[in-house]
Design a protein around this ligand. Structure first.
Ligand SMILES: Cc1cc2nc3c(=O)[nH]c(=O)nc-3n(C[C@H](O)[C@H](O)[C@H](O)COP(=O)(O)OP(=O)(O)OC[C@H]3O[C@@H](n4cnc5c(N)ncnc54)[C@H](O)[C@@H]3O)c2cc1C
Length: 640
C-alpha cells in the first residue's frame, strides 16, 4: 500500500492555513445528521468530543474509567508548551518547531510539527478562557518555566498539576455538551474491536466493565484517543490502566502502526525499590529547572542522600553540566537518561547503584525554601511520602523509567489512519515527536489534535462520504465482530492454567526493559523476539483468569490487555531490529558517536516506519514513509 501523508504543498508557514481553506465543509444544518464515536476522554478525547459536539455533530464518547476526568492525562505534572514568547527571550513559532524537530532527532514530519507549534498559542487562550488556573507572575501575566531541549522558557503550568487542571477544563466543556444532549457518555466501557465494512470504519464493539455486556455502536467516523502503551514494560510512570488494546485491535483490522519501538525513557523517576512494585513514579522534569544532577567522581557504593552534603564540591561530577554546558541539566530526556545509565554502568551510581542525585541545595540557598516549596511543593511531598526521605534536607535520588510512547497508529496530516473514517489523536498516534518527545509537548499535542485539528479535518471526510453512507448495527459485520469478542473472552476464562496474568505481564516487561529499553543491540533484540514468542504460546495455554464474564472482573480486563501487549511487544522488537541506526530514544549500541551519543544514519533511515498486519502468526510488513526536510538541515544533534 502506498502511504499518502497528505502534507499540503507550499511554504511551511502557509500549509495549515491553505489546507484548512481547501478542506470541504459540512454546513451547520447537516452536521447533526452525522454520528461520531470518540474512544477516550483524556485531553485528546475530551477536547475532540466537546469541540465536535459544539459544532453540532452527534457524539458518543467512551472511557474505561468511572469518570472521563480520571483519564491518565490527569497525572501530567510539569506543564504545556506554547510559543507565546511572553518572556521575550527569543521564542517564536519557528523556534518551537525547530526545537521539536531537533529534539525528535529528525524523525518527525516538518508539516505536522510546524502546525503543532502554530496552534500551540491558541491552546493557552482556549484553556485560560475555560478557567484553567495557570501560574501567574506577580503582575498577573501568565508565568513560564523551562523544560528540556529548549533554551527559552515556554512552559505554562499550574503548579505540578497541569494535566489535572487542563483536563478539568476540557471535562467542563465535555460536560456542557453532555448536558446539552450532544454527547452521550459511556463510562466503564472498554472498546474491544473496530468494525470495518467496505474498507471504512463503521463503528466499535464495547464491553461494559460492570456487567460484562458486549455491545455494538455504529457511526460515520471513529476517533481513537486512547493514550500510550508504556505499560508494555509492566513498570512505567503511566497509570496502571493505560493499555494498547484499542489501537492494537484497530491495527489488526488494517490500521498501520507507526514507529512502535520509539519509547521515551524519562530521566527523573523514583528508582525501583524492589520486585513488589507495580508502577513507577515520575518526578517532573520541571525539577531540572532548579535541581542539579550529580554523582561522586569516584565510586561510593551505597552513598545515601543524608550523607551527600559531606561530599566536597571537588569530588562531585555534575555530569550533565560538564558534558553539555549549553543546555546543562535541561538536555532532552533521552540524553539525560542515557548519561544517568552510563554513570551507573561505570559504578558511580548512588543508593542501590541504580540512581543519581537531583540536588536542590544551591536553589534553596539562592531562592529560599519557601520559594522552592511554592514552585514544587506537591512534588516534594510526593517524593517524601514514597521514599520516606526529606528532599529539602538532602538530594532526591532519581533513575530513568519508561514514560511515554512516541510510536502509535500511523496517521496522515488529517490524523486519519490507513482505515478511512478511523482517526487517532493524542498519545495513541505516532505523529509529532519523532524519536524523542520534548517535555510538556504531549499535552500540547493532545489538545492541538482535539481542539484545533480534528474539528477541521473530519469535515472533509464526512462531506465527501455524505450522511447516508452509514452502516447500522444490524449489519452482519457487527455481529461477527461481537462474536469474535465473546469468543476471546470465553477462551481467556476457559484456559485455567497455572500462571497469573501479572506474572506474564512482568516477564514481558522485564524482557522489554532488558533488550528493548534504554539501549538495544541486534543479538539482544533477537533473543527478546524468541522469548516473547514463547511467552505468547504459554499465555494462551497456561494463563489463569479467575471469575466470570458477567461481573466486574479486573483479571479478565487485564488478561485481554496483556495478550495485546505481548503481540505489540514483538512488533516493537521487530521495529527496533529493522532500525539499525540510533536516533533519539532508540539507542542501537552498534550505532554511536565516539562520545557515545546516538548516531543517526539519514541515508538509510530518514523514514517513519508503518507496520502492516498480515494475519496471526504471519510476519508484519514494513512500509516506509520517507521524511522530507525542506526547512531544517539534518545535523548531528548537539546540546553542548
Ligand atoms: C506521570 C506523568 C506526567 C506527565 N506530565 C506531562 C507534562 O507535564 N506535560 C506533558 O506535555 N505531558 C506529560 N505527560 C504525558 C501526558 O500526560 C500524556 O501523553 C497525555 O496526557 C495523553 O493524553 P491522551 O488524551 O492521549 O490519553 P489519556 O489521557 O491516557 O487518555 C486515554 C483515554 O482513553 C480511554 N481508553 C483507552 N483505551 C480504551 C478502550 N479500549 N476503551 C475505552 N476507552 C479507552 C481511557 O479511558 C482514557 O479516557 C506525563 C505523563 C505521565 C505518565
Amino acid at each position: 500500500m502506498k502511504l499518502d501523508s497528505k502534507i499540503p504543498e507550499g511554504p511551511l508557514a502557509e500549509k495549515w492555513t491553505k489546507h484548512k481553506f481547501n478542506l470541504k465543509l459540512v454546513n451547520p444544518a447537516n452536521k447533526r445528521k452525522y454520528d461520531v464515536i470518540v474512544v477516550g476522554t483524556g485531553l485528546a478525547g475530551a477536547s475532540a468530543a466537546a469541540s465536535l459536539a459544539e459544532l453540532g455533530y452527534n457524539v458518543k464518547a467512551f472511557c474505561f474509567q468511572d469518570s472521563p476526568r480520571r483519564a491518565h492525562s490527569i497525572a501530567a505534572q510539569g506543564g504545556v508548551n506554547a510559543a507565546k514568547n511572553y518572556q521575550n527571550d527569543g521564542d517564536s513559532v519557528y523556534r518551537l518547531f525547530y526545537d521539536t524537530i531537533k529534539g525528535g532527532d529528525y524523525r518527525a514530519r516538518e508539516g505536522n510539527v510546524y502546525r503543532l507549534a502554530e496552534v500551540s498559542v491558541n491552546i493557552i487562550d482556549q484553556c485560560v478562557a475555560q478557567g484553567v488556573p495557570f501560574a501567574r507572575e506577580y503582575g498577573g501575566l501568565l508565568a513560564n518555566r523551562s523544560f528540556g531541549g529548549a533554551q527559552v522558557s515556554r512552559t505554562f503550568y499550574a503548579r505540578g498539576q497541569t494535566g489535572q487542571q487542563l483536563l478539568l477544563g476540557a471535562y467542563s466543556a465535555l460536560n456542557r455538551q453532555i448536558a446539552n444532549g450532544k454527547v452521550k457518555m459511556y463510562t466503564r466501557s472498554e472498546m474491544l474491536d473496530v468494525v470495518v465494512v467496505d474498507g471504512k470504519a463503521r463503528g466499535i464493539i464495547t464491553r461494559d466493565l460492570i456487567t460484562g455486556k458486549v455491545d455494538s455502536h455504529s457511526a460515520h467516523i471513529v476517533l481513537l484517543c486512547t493514550g500510550g502503551y508504556s505499560n508494555v514494560f509492566f513498570l512505567s510512570t503511566s497509570a496502571k490502566g493505560c493499555n494498547a488494546t484499542a489501537i492494537w485491535r484497530a491495527h489488526k483490522k488494517g490500521a498501520f502502526f507507526g514507529n512502535p519501538c520509539f519509547t521515551q525513557i524519562h530521566p527523573t523517576c523514583i528508582p525501583v525499590s524492589g520486585d513488589h512494585q507495580s508502577k513507577l513514579t515520575l518526578m517532573s522534569e520541571s525539577l531540572r529547572n532548579d535541581g542539579r544532577v550529580w554523582v561522586p567522581k569516584k565510586a561510593m557504593p551505597g552513598l545515601k542522600s543524608k550523607d551527600a552534603a559531606n561530599i566536597p564540591e571537588a569530588d562531585r561530577d555534575y555530569f550533565l553540566e560538564r558534558k553539555y554546558p549549553a543546555f546543562g541539566n535541561l538536555v532532552p530526556r533521552d540524553v539525560a537518561s542515557r548519561n544517568a545509565k552510563q554513570m551507573c554502568d561505570e559504578g558511580r551510581g548512588v543508593g542501590s547503584g541504580l540512581a543519581v542525585f537531583l540536588d536542590f541545595t544551591d536553589a534553596i540557598k539562592r531562592l529560599g525554601e519557601d520559594n522552592i516549596r511554592a514552585k514544587y511543593g506537591n512534588l516534594f511531598d510526593m517524593y517524601a511520602q514514597i521514599t520516606g526521605e526529606n528532599p529539602y534536607k538532602g538530594p532526591m535520588m532519581i533513575y530513568p523509567a519508561v514514560h511515554y510512547t512516541m510510536g502509535g497508529l500511523w496517521v496522515d496530516y488529517n490524523l486519519q489512519t490507513t482505515i478511512p473514517g478511523l482517526y487517532a489523536l493524542g498519545e495513541c498516534n505516532f505523529s509529532d515527536h519523532g524519536a524523542n518527545r520534548l517535555g510538556a509537548s504531549a499535552l500540547m499535542q493532545g489538545l492541538a489534535d482535539g481542539y484545533f485539528v480534528i474539528p477541521y479535518t473530519v469535515g472533509d471526510y464526512l462531506a465527501t462520504i455524505g450522511w447516508t453512507d452509514k452502516i447500522e448495527t444490524d449489519h452482519p459485520a457487527f455481529k461477527e465482530a461481537m462474536d469474535g469478542v465473546n469468543e476471546r473472552v470465553n477462551k481467556l476464562l476457559s484456559i485455567k492454567g497455572k500462571k497469573t496474568v501479572d506474572e506474564f505481564h512482568r516477564e514481558l516487561g522485564l524482557t522489554m526493559w532488558e533488550y528493548c529499553g534504554m539501549a538495544r543491540n541486534e543479538a539482544g533484540l533477537k533473543k527478546a523476539k524468541k522469548i516473547i514468542q514463547d511467552l505468547k504460546a504459554e499465555f494462551w495455554t497456561n494463563v489463569n483468569v479467575i471469575g466470570t464474564s458477567n461481573e466486574l472482573n479486573q483479571e479478565l480486563e487485564k488478561a485481554g490487555r496483556v495478550a495485546d501487549f505481548i503481540e505489540l511487544g514483538e512488533l516493537m522488537v521487530d521495529d527496533a531490529l529493522a532500525r539499525s541506526e540510533s536516533c533519539g530514544g532508540h539507542f542501537r549500541e552498534e550505532s554511536q558517536t565516539p562520545e557515545g551519543e546516538a548516531l543517526r544514519n539519514d541515508d538509510l533511515f530518514a523514514f517513519a516506519s508503518a507496520w502492516e498486519y498480515k494475519g496471526d502468526g504471519q510476519p508484519e510488513v514494513l512500509n516506509k514513509e520517507e521524511l522530507k526536510f525542506e526547512n531544517v538541515k539534518l545535523t548531528q544533534r548537539s546540546y553542548k
